[in-house]
Design a protein around this ligand. Structure first.
Ligand SMILES: Nc1nc2c(c(=O)[nH]1)N[C@@H](CNc1ccc(C(=O)N[C@@H](CCC(=O)N[C@@H](CCC(=O)N[C@@H](CCC(=O)O)C(=O)O)C(=O)O)C(=O)O)cc1)CN2
Ligand SMILES: [Zn+2]
Length: 781
């Protein structure tokens, strides 16, 4: 094997959705049947080609393996599952005879079909990106399907590029997987590492044969302590895997990237394997202060890829400090390169596209393209010395100083209010007193409700687009939204739901909507970031002290309430989620920022109560997402996150029923935190994992209202009434019916009306059936 030099500057990955969401549009057109697979392939190839050209233009070497081949049609974990043949048996009938997965089959695995549920989806580390969870059992047959990886590499070559294929590494792949249904108790996907690694080895051989000089294996799981596996077993698996992969003499050089935190004990382990390069996240993580001599010696012979440009946020940051961090690694190895700390998947393409942002704010920012340029600058600094890049470093420092002193960054009135908070502001009346005060809501057993949003139809989105373009005036837009709210309220009454919602038609996004109304935030026009599959968000930029200029939701909620006798839930997004799904200032502790947002929400809740809204939901779907990957950091996080929710809701009267909602995650680890939120009712995603969470809840002593989801809203599939009834029966077996609510997993905004109405009908039917069973069993008893 020839060892190749690693490029001086690189990035771990780049957004793949396209500057104007070209991939989203193409993929959705393919799903809708308006373009065929060949057309989708052609558009994706065009996008990849444009990306490579752009990255070269921004300063990455065309032929030095500097450009990562990090495209995906839907998700990189699904791509890896497909590449190693780990397709669950329920989907094999969609595959070609040789097991190859064409585009239609690929999307079927991602989205489900008929009664075949898709792969579960959950959060990717501490980000708002969601991956599909592979299902691995003792009998899963691993079999290499390298076609897509090879063809993208060849496509790049034909374009004149020598790129670096990127794939999720074997340890992370198995740690992210769940045990397939029917696997024996105690089975762990990681048990299969020795069977999986040979498939990776063959993939590497094939890449070498195709001319690849480097391959990148992403192993973020090595920085995390959040897996249900002992650290020793994880490190042992890493050692076994990379010793084996390194043993081949016909392979590219191996770059193991470990974004999202410190490798800690995994660093000596990787150092002892034959891999040629190790990527360190030096933004979230740090370099160990002390290394044993053997590790020092091994590292000296490897390339250390210093991830010093933050891939996770959009601040231009302190470039001089980043350079210093990269330089500091140089005493450990002669071969140091600079990189982003994570893939740039988490940030939008280009701040130069944001004509409407204030130029002063723009000068503080760096989106993906600016970060690539920063990497190129730092790489130049490593080669030519700090003097060569002094002007760039000084420019970044000046922007940072400008930001620190800008008006709005520190607002005395906001700070005084925070300083005056007392313990009582975080606590409501006792739960029992609240239950008594809320009896006047007069709800039936197993109350039914939805999570807030109803389908965001093309008409709604077009109306908003026309408002933004000035083709529709404010009054016309408001009227259209009121019409929509009226339709949604009538529909819920007809369906027979108990606690209604207004449907959130006026919200472009549950965070951006609030960011647009709160002081201290800026929003982008084109700053799209992939959240999952074809779905994107435009994270807002929280740059200054946050305050509320005027009520934000009262008009819509009171209008909806005026249409019905049934209670309508006020609908707010909680402080943790507002932070998690925005790009947040990095110049003060997150807890301080969260409390500012909480106070704005607290005022909103007061206004809603005043206007006669009796049930208020404060969504916190991102509570789990921000949980630090290292256990030592978790208590402090849980303290400020739970505290900010309690501050937001702590002023609510006992008679006001406070709901919260969480989704997109495994909740076991934060059950106690969910309890501490002290919401009267918590709705939680559960359908996709078939009510697994109910066991955790039962075991945890959670004793407030709970609505485990009975309808997986990520999939176009309509659950049958029988299926919903079975889920409810499972829930009733664990949770007293007096505390159980019936609701979907999450909001309905991504669904169409046909599926929504049919699914809600089934939910109501199933609820009635279970209510009848409960009455009968009471009579029998
Ligand atoms: N921020 C955030 N994070 C989240 C969630 C969430 O709701 N918000 N939910 C979870 C899952 N993630 C999700 C992320 C995005 C979407 C989603 O539906 N995104 C929409 C965009 C939502 C939006 O911003 N809509 C805007 C802009 C819509 C748009 O594309 N308009 C067209 C024009 C309108 C037309 O003619 O159709 C355009 O700009 O080209 C609006 O409604 O105003 C999409 O990708 O399609 C759903 C779930 C976890 N993380
Ligand atoms: Zn949700």
């Amino acid at each position: 094997m020839t060892t190749h030099a690693f490029p001086k500057g690189t990035i771990l990955g780049y957004p793949r959705i396209g500057r104007r969401r070209e991939l989203k549009r193409a993929v959705e057109a393919f799903w809708a049947g308006s373009i065929d697979a060949a057309e989708l392939e052609a558009r994706a190839a065009e996008l990849r080609a444009a990306t490579r050209e752009r990255l070269a233009e921004l300063g990455l070497e065309r032929t030095g393996s500097a450009i990562p081949e990090s495209f995906s049609y839907y998700d990189q974990v699904l791509d890896t599952a497909v590449a190693v043949g780990a397709v669950p048996p329920r989907f094999t009938r969609f595959l070609a005879a040789d097991g190859e997965v064409d585009l239609a089959a690929y999307f079927t695995i991602a989205r489900g079909v008929g009664d075949d549920a898709p792969l579960e989806m959950t959060k990717w580390f501490d980000s708002n990106y969601h991956y599909l969870v592979p299902e691995i059992g003792p009998d899963t047959v691993f079999e290499l399907h390298p076609e897509r990886i090879l063809s993208e590499f060849a496509e790049a070559k034909a374009q004149g590029f020598l790129t670096r294929p990127v794939i999720v590494g074997p340890v992370t792949f198995l740690l992210l997987a769940k045990a397939a249904e029917g696997a024996p108790a105690g089975f762990r996907p990681l048990d299969r590492i020795a069977d999986l690694v040979p498939v990776y080895a063959r993939l590497l051989d094939r890449l070498a044969a195709a001319g690849a000089e480097w391959a990148q294996l992403d192993e973020p799981a090595l920085v995390s302590e959040s897996f249900d596996e002992s650290r020793d077993r994880v490190l042992e698996a890493a050692a076994v895997a990379y010793d084996a992969l390194g043993a081949s003499d016909a392979r590219p050089s191996i770059f193991v990237a470990a974004p999202y935190g410190s490798l800690d004990g995994a660093l000596p382990v990787l150092a002892a394997t034959p891999v040629e390069a190790i990527g360190l996240d030096l933004v979230r993580g740090t370099f160990p202060a002390h290394l044993d001599p053997a590790t020092e010696e091994s590292l000296a012979a490897k390339t250390l890829v210093a991830g010093v440009v933050d891939g996770h946020n959009i601040w231009r940051g302190d470039l001089g400090a980043a350079f210093a961090r990269a330089e500091a690694v140089q005493h450990l190895s002669n071969a140091v390169a600079v990189s982003t700390s994570t893939s740039l998947l988490h940030v939008p393409h280009d701040v130069a596209d944001e004509a409407a942002l204030e130029p002063r704010l723009v000068s503080w920012l760096a989106f993906a393209d600016q970060k690539v340029a920063q990497v190129a600058t730092l790489a130049r600094g490593l080669i030519d010395g700090r003097e060569a890049i002094e002007t760039d470093l000084a420019g970044a420092s000046a922007a940072l100083a400008d930001r620190a002193g800008a008006a709005g960054v520190r607002v005395p009135a906001v700070r005084q209010r925070l300083a005056a908070l007392a313990a009582g502001d975080f606590t409501r009346a006792s739960y029992d007193d609240r239950v008594a005060a809320q009896a006047s809501l007069d709800l039936p057993e197993l109350p039914t409700t939805t999570i807030g949003s109803f389908p965001q139809t093309g008409d709604i989105r077009r109306a908003r687009a026309r408002l933004v373009k000035g083709e529709l005036d404010e009054g016309g837009y408001r009227q259209l939204m009121r019409d929509e709210i009226e339709r949604v309220v009538r529909l819920q009454e007809e369906l027979g739901l108990d606690v209604l919602v207004h449907g959130e038609p006026e919200r472009n996004d549950m965070v951006q909507y609030f960011a647009e109304l709160l002081d201290g935030f800026a929003v982008t026009q084109h700053g799209w970031v992939q959240s999952y599959g074809s779905r994107c968000t435009r994270p807002s930029i929280l740059w200054g002290d946050v305050s509320r200029a005027a009520p934000m939701t009262v008009e819509w909620s009171t209008y909806a309430q005026s249409l019905t006798e049934k209670p309508v839930k006020g609908m707010l997004t909680g402080p943790v989620t507002i932070l998690a799904w925005s790009f947040v200032r990095d110049d003060q502790p997150l807890g301080d920022t969260a409390r500012q947002v909480a106070l704005a929400l607290r005022d909103e809740i007061g206004d809603l109560e005043h206007a006669g809204i009796r049930v208020i939901q404060v969504d916190e779907p991102a509570l789990r997402e921000l949980l630090p990957l290292k256990r030592a950091d978790q208590p402090a996080y849980l303290d400020w996150s739970v505290g900010s929710f309690r501050l937001a809701t702590g002023g609510a009267a006992p008679a006001t029923q406070v709901h919260t909602h969480l989704c997109y995650s495994e909740f076991g680890v934060v059950i106690d935190a969910i309890k501490n939120l002290d919401a009267d009712v918590t709705s939680i995603e559960a359908a996709r994992s078939r009510m697994e969470v109910v066991d955790d809840l039962g075991a945890s002593g959670f004793d407030h209202g709970i609505g485990p989801g009975v309808y997986d809203i990520h999939s176009p599939r309509v659950p049958s009434a029988v299926e919903v009834q079975a889920l409810l029966e499972r829930a009733v077996a664990e949770i007293p019916a007096s505390r159980l609510w019936v609701n979907p997993d999450c909001g309905l905004k991504t669904r169409g009306y046909d599926e929504t109405v049919a699914s809600l009908e089934h939910i109501i039917q199933a609820t009635r059936a279970v209510r009848a069973e409960l009455t009968e069993s009471v009579l029998v008893d």
